[in-house]
Design a protein around this ligand. Structure first.
Ligand code: ZN
Length: 498
């Protein structure tokens, strides 16, 4: 077969894969938002059937041979990158014996059930043997790869290509040395959480706020949609169809605000990818950290900034009765309130990366033999006490709070902190080109989106994080921008002299 016919064949299969993906995304969106409960079992059965078909295409001898062939050909840069990404994933999976794969899948299903009950019972003991087995099985699954790097290094690379353990070590060391003592200065000020944060805000009023935000952020109803679900998420259907969900809490209205801004950040990223990549794997193969860098830039650097709120606060105040006596200054301080917190997903912007640091140190220790599952709940609690100044009263609020490990997702957590850190580096570069505060204050979010489109979004997954960071900011990932950003922002908010 000539290169041209191989490419034609590849495009034909890719399109079929895209069609299955679109169908599955639609089913998934539907079942997480509006689908009636009683239809779940039939719906799930049909979705499983489609997933099975997709799996067969992606693991067919024809497809694998085609990818292997194309990986040896001279191709244009974008196609070459796409083939490399697909081949890397194939190489990771192809030598795993089927029975090992099935055993692993079964283990994660069982472990998730055990974890859920253990978390509700606040009891680490029943989960402990599963955690041990999950680590053993992860090591086993990884051992079939033709890669001799240590297991945790490979896991880290699976979730964030090109970022190494050494990069993370530098990053978290900086957080430990600079942000932990800084946080303790804020905690010492003992500023109570403002009571207006938990005032009752009717859902109707919250929906009006969401409309105001949508308009400001240029999140367009022609190519987007806001649904409701138990946990907010964003869903990528195609370049012109990126939907998000929110959840309204009557007694915690700021939660829907920031969840929405976060998810719109994800949706805008997918929506501003170069149209030429429509339907191709490269359109949606950004790393976890890169995707999170866009949602966090939206949520924190834009959404929790004074410039942003100085522009829309009067409008928001006019539709939210509970804000009638809250000044803009009070509001800014409230949405950036730093609290001693036990739960990662409820943490504020400053403490969030420290929650991740705890998990990173523990994961690393579990794989290099520093820690064992025995007594790990105490290690967890000790680290929370040391870094975050608070000790969990029970394991449900401690080591059992996250689902990730029960699904075998080791190496995933650090990308959450990495996303925030990348976003500080993007922001630094953006500020050299445009006056971001001025744009935000003047309702000109288009300029921010346009900058992101030109420098980050349009490329989709064409570049690895460090390649793009270097091209745009002149250096590889540098965590100093993030540390400086956090200290600068919170020194001003909390009147701390650094
Ligand atoms: Zn996110």
């Amino acid at each position: 077969m000539s290169v041209e016919s191989k490419k034609l064949k590849y495009n034909e299969i890719s399109e079929k894969i895209s069609a299955y993906r679109l169908a599955l995304t639609t089913l998934n969106w539907d079942s997480s938002t509006i689908a009636p409960k009683k239809g779940a079992s039939y719906r799930n059965k049909m979705a499983a059937l489609l997933s099975g078909e997709l799996f067969s295409i992606q693991t067919s001898d024809e497809y694998i041979a085609l990818i292997d062939d194309l990986s040896k050909e001279t191709l244009d840069d974008v196609t070459a990158r796409e083939i490399r990404l697909i081949k890397n994933n194939l190489d990771k999976a192809r030598y795993i014996p089927k029975e090992v794969f099935i055993e692993y899948a079964q283990l994660t299903r069982d472990a998730e059930n055990v974890w859920e009950k253990a978390r509700d019972d606040h009891d680490y003991e029943p989960f402990k043997p599963y955690l041990k087995k999950l680590i053993e099985m992860t090591k086993k699954v990884i051992s079939y790869r033709k890669d001799d790097r240590p297991v945790y290094d490979q896991l880290i690379d699976d979730f964030e290509t090109g970022i190494t353990l050494a990069d993370y070590d530098v990053f978290f060391k900086k957080l430990k040395e600079e942000i932990v003592p800084f946080l303790h200065k804020i905690i010492d000020k003992k500023i109570p959480e403002p009571t207006w944060l938990t005032r009752d805000v009717p859902i109707e009023q919250q929906r009006k706020v969401v409309d105001i935000l949508m308009e400001y952020l240029n999140y367009d109803k022609e190519s987007g949609y806001i649904g409701e679900s138990a946990h907010p998420f964003s869903s990528h259907f195609s370049i012109h169809d990126n939907r998000v969900t929110v959840r309204y809490h009557q007694d915690m209205f700021t939660s829907s605000i920031f969840a929405l801004i976060h998810e719109v950040g994800h949706a805008t990223y997918n929506g501003q990818v170069d149209e030429d990549y429509q339907g191709r794997a490269i359109a949606d193969s950004m790393t976890y950290g890169m995707h999170e860098s866009q949602s966090r830039l939206y949520e924190n650097m834009v959404g929790r900034s004074r410039a942003f709120w100085s522009s829309i606060y009067p409008k928001v105040q006019s539709v939210v009765d509970a804000l009638h006596d809250v000044t803009l200054d009070d509001f800014i301080l409230g949405i950036n309130h730093v609290a001693l917190s036990l739960i990662r997903i409820e943490a504020d912007e400053l403490t969030y990366p420290l929650h991740i640091m705890v998990r990173y140190e523990i994961e690393q220790g579990l794989f290099d033999g520093t820690y064992d599952v025995e007594g790990l709940d105490q290690v967890w609690s000790d680290k929370y006490e040391e870094y975050l100044g608070i000790r969990p009263p029970h394991n449900g609020l401690g080591i059992l709070q996250d689902i990730h490990w029960s699904g075998g997702a080791f190496g995933y957590f650090p990308t959450y902190a990495l996303g925030s850190a990348y976003s500080a580096q993007w922001m630094m570069a953006m500020q050299k080109d445009i006056d971001v505060d001025h744009c935000l204050e003047n309702n000109d979010f288009r300029a921010v989106n346009e900058w992101l489109k030109q420098h980050v979004h349009r490329h989709g997954g064409v570049y690895e994080p460090n390649e793009l960071l270097f091209a745009v900011t002149g250096e590889n990932f540098n965590p100093q921008y993030y540390v400086d950003y956090l200290k600068d922002k919170y020194s001003k908010l909390y009147d701390i002299n650094e």
